[in-house]
Design a protein around this ligand. Structure first.
Ligand code: ZN
Length: 189
């Protein structure tokens, strides 16, 4: 058996033990659940396979455009690393180019890369601007993330509608109130 096959069997075995600890035994309705869970993990945690440098590598000449580029209302799903509960919502990602722009779908792919990992919302927000800053070196970049957390909706304080908002601003969005307020206007349009 290959190392990968052994790991896959161990992963299924772990889920079997997890289910047994909750429900006693692996009755009929649960019998194929471990395999399905592991299969779903491939997608839910696929962000570990991706690389920001690769995602943002293809750039185009900005042809003098030096305004805000904003991708608004991009939905995402992630898993909170504290409770292994889903959290999901939308992100707004913006930057002000210097000479180079990226394909707009790349911003969504960057969000997917970070959200398809075990996360906390603060790190998710910060990681997006870290990568933009490091790789495309814009005049400014920003991420604002709004999300509802399963760990808060179905346990603990049980608040169904609370939305957590996090933001991270760099460069002009951090230093210049005018750039920041223009961004907020575009997001709230
Ligand atoms: Zn949580």
């Amino acid at each position: 058996m290959t190392e990968g096959q052994i790991k896959a069997i161990e992963a299924v075995d772990t889920i079997i033990r997890y289910i047994e600890s909750i429900d006693g035994d692996l009755r009929e309705g649960l019998s194929r659940t471990p395999e399905r869970v592991i299969e779903s993990f491939k997608e839910i945690y696929s962000g570990y396979e991706d690389d920001a440098q690769e995602i943002l590598s293809a750039t185009f000449n900005s042809e003098g455009y030096d305004g805000i580029v904003l991708l608004r209302d991009v939905e995402f799903h992630s898993v909170c690393e504290h409770h292994l509960q889903p959290f999901s919502g939308k992100a707004h990602i913006a930057y002000i180019p210097v000479d180079k722009i990226v394909g707009i779908s790349k911003l969504a792919r960057l969000l997917d890369m970070h959200s398809k990992r075990l996360q906390n919302q603060e790190r998710l927000t910060e990681s997006i601007v870290d990568d933009l800053q490091r790789i495309i070196q814009p005049l400014g970049c920003a991420a604002i993330v709004e999300a509802q957390h399963g760990c808060m909706r179905c346990r603990g304080v049980s608040k169904q509608n609370a939305v957590m908002v996090t933001s991270s601003m760099r460069g002009a969005f951090f230093d210049k109130p005018q750039a920041r307020s223009e961004l907020m206007q575009l997001i709230n349009q």
